[in-house]
Design a protein around this ligand. Sequence first.
Ligand code: TGC
Ligand code: FAD
Length: 395
Amino acid sequence: MAPKFQGVDFYDVDALLSEEERAVRDTVRAWVDDNVIPVIGEAYVAGHFPTQLVPGMAELGLFGANLPEEYGCAGLDNVAYGLIMQELERGDSGLRSFASVQGALVMYPIYTFGSEEQKKQWLPQMASGKVIGCFGLTEPDFGSNPSGMLTLARETKAGWVLNGAKMWITNGSTAHVAVVWAKTGAIDDPESIRGFLVPTNTKGFSAKDQKGKLSLRASDTSELVLQDVHVPTEALLPQSAGLKSPLLCLTQARYGIAWGAVGAAMACYDEAVSYAKNRLMFGKPIGGFQLQQARLAEMLTEITKAQLLCLQLGRLKDQGKATPQQVSLAKRNNVNMATEVARETRRLLGANGILAEYQAMRHLANLESVYTYEGTHDIHTLILGQEITGISAFG
Ligand code: TGC
Ligand code: FAD
């Protein structure tokens, strides 16, 4: 059995956490060690999300953990929330994706743009894991540029009728409810984009698994088709207004990803150190050779920088001061960093590095998706470019 994860904390970042934040982190860390690490390699190879883990995650209060207790959520601060994402992604990006989508992309828009009735109806059920959600923004021809979406919602006497297709939707086939973003006005008017809560058993709604994924294999990714889907007036998220609404949700999810990526990097670094100390070649541990020491030193340096970045971002978020551009910088840096750490670990492990029995290759393959979703690395570069120069590369 693999030894328990001891953490990676070269700069005593622990000392900067509150007692509650440490306790949350330690609880999720132990849960991941006991429940995720033993099964995730097999689930990944088999290509399915380990649904048996959902009740345990709900019991620990991991869904929408930074939303208020009055709706059945844990009411934690954003640093504790980030630490949860870190530990989940230490297990697997698919697990963190599941929690990100449930909390940041479905519960958050219900909380932020929903009516009181919608919040009471959906949030407690989602916090308890009895209802699973998905978030439909991306379309086959509109990924980085969601403003061009073709999905339409037309008002009728009884409510709305939705038509369109969404692509690459995490939790799409397992979800009970989908947050669907659609234009309610002219096709060239992103200001008319609004969010709808669509139960997935509504007539005309279908979800099809995305087959052939070589990344995020322990995650459900689907294509959604909406063909004359009739929903009542109450399905509309009343406070949603324009492209800015889904983008606000993305800021929440990107924040969690910035922390999650650190978890994946920590898992890989831990594996690399252990392997370097134990693998003998040319009569001594490979960790005794300068080339491998340089690899490990680089990994530890980058992880430490990313940890400090996350912590300060979380503190800013708790003060209501974090900007979307600061979140972009963290998502962009940390995911790239984690991808490099996973790649270097895979290489350090030699042939063993390609096996599912070890973690590095799985994390590396996962992180290629994380690099692309929630705004590709390039898109975050351009968001920062606009912030720096005041000139948009998109318009
Ligand atoms: P643009 O004109 O820049 O913005 C429209 C309005 O929105 C505001 N805004 C934001 N607000 C909050 N958070 C953000 N991140 C925001 N970004 C922009 C902006 O200030 C403006 O407000 P206002 O008041 O002036 O109207 O819009 P644009 O059409 O030029 O697009 C900009 C761009 C390219 C940055 C944006 O479209 C973008 O971020 N594209 C990337 C798409 C993306 O990230 N898709 C993710 C889909 S979901 C997903 O991948 C889930 S994976 C989940 C998992 O498994 O973990
Ligand atoms: P494109 O936008 O076609 O980009 C292709 C390439 O062009 C990229 O390298 C990109 O960086 C580059 N590019 C694009 N525009 C520019 C530019 N202006 N300048 C320079 N380069 C540019 N979406 C959801 O709505 N909900 C989900 O739950 C969800 N889950 C996902 C799960 C997985 C596993 C994956 C892989 C994706 C998921 N997505 C989801 C979709 C994801 O958000 C999109 O894949 C992402 O936004 C990129 O869109 P695209 O794949 O169409 O790439």
